[in-house]
Design a binder for this molecule. Sequence first.
Ligand SMILES: Cc1cc2nc3c(=O)[nH]c(=O)nc-3n(C[C@H](O)[C@H](O)[C@H](O)COP(=O)(O)OP(=O)(O)OC[C@H]3O[C@@H](n4cnc5c(N)ncnc54)[C@H](O)[C@@H]3O)c2cc1C
Length: 399
Amino acid sequence: MKIAIIGAGASGLLAGGILSQKHEVVIFDKNEKCGKKLYITGKGRCNLTNNCSKEEFLNNVVSGEKFMFSSINQFPPQEIINFFENLGLKLKTERGGRVFPQSDKSSDVIKCLEKFASKCKICLNEKVKSVSFDKNIFNLKTDKKEYEFDRVIVATGGKSYPLTGSSGDGYSFAKEIGHKIIELKPALVPIELEDDFVKNLQGISLKNVTLKAVADGKKYSLFGEMLFTDKGISGPIALSLSSFINRTHKVELIIDFKPALDEEKLMARIIRDIDENKNKTMQSFMKLYLPRAVGNVFLDKLCISPEQKVNNFTVKKREEFLKLLKHFPLKFKSLYPIESGIITSGGVDLKEINPKTMESKLQKGLYFIGEVLDVDCLTGGYNLTTAFATAFACAHNLI
Ligand SMILES: Cc1cc2nc3c(=O)[nH]c(=O)nc-3n(C[C@H](O)[C@H](O)[C@H](O)COP(=O)(O)OP(=O)(O)OC[C@H]3O[C@@H](n4cnc5c(N)ncnc54)[C@H](O)[C@@H]3O)c2cc1C
């Protein structure tokens, strides 16, 4: 059988490697090299999966959990780890089960997949422009030639970070065939705020805080690390939160700077600290609780001069301070645009895809794998796990 795979990214290379053991496989990529997005994953280290159970994986799927059930059973995280180790790639597991190559080089993951797919014909610098089906054969038009194939696998990725090649072409191919595309939204993306003070906080990171959101009446609460950008917030918990609120309209955001202490305990600590630091300035007092620049924002909000002495910290202002520490409001503006998202939420409607094989229910012989599908997960290696699991399910059922 002659099989075309559109996209030499994570899912395309893995599927190609399996299928080329029995079939004639051609992989097209518009870029000059394979795996351009893989190269920038995990800050250049590639968090290729998570050393977790299937159930834990499914808990980290934001959208498409039921759909992923079958493919993750066919190629669970432990099998993904074994697969790469059997290909000679040494791996290590870090905090939160994140799996990386021991070399800390994403290029080693790419090399490994390229080697696995070495029996495929890989056509680089060749962009697929359309896919159509006529008289039992697929017709593929690229910017160079026209081809005929028995089967076509769309592995074109999402729409974020378009410079890596994933600029949303797969959605057009799907639409041409008649597939419904679930509206595309940015996910794992920074959040833009209206608050003026953020520009003074750029680069400041907060550890062990809780970021809360009330979005269209639903409540979310994430504990961990976040950071301020020039226009808003980013970092693990802000990125994760964005995936939950990207389809909501009214969003309220709150930071709890001291989630380990309830209000009573925190007030007791404030009173003790006031007692021990009576002659200090309010600016240095704030440093007991917050990074300096954030402390300045607090003083501003409390209308307290940085030079004021701690022994003039009134009971009313202490209560306001406590409230700010536990319920610091942020004014939500929007999410950063889809291009800045680590992942695209939305995509080919899962109702129209067979979850065991990734075959289109509308067009026999056409398959969709990886990020082009309406599946998105949290950070931790789960998105590449999705790419590999859907690719494996597709290839093993086609072989
Ligand atoms: C900055 C960043 C960091 C990330 N880090 C991680 C991480 O550490 N762990 C994790 O699990 N996930 C991570 N992700 C997400 C992960 O990279 C993607 O989910 C994954 O690469 C999707 O795989 P894919 O095969 O579907 O698509 P891709 O890997 O994006 O591959 C798609 C390929 O298709 C090609 N293509 C598209 N259209 C055409 C066309 N018309 N003709 C020819 N070729 C075409 C593209 O050039 C591209 O090479 C990260 C994403 C980003 C942006």
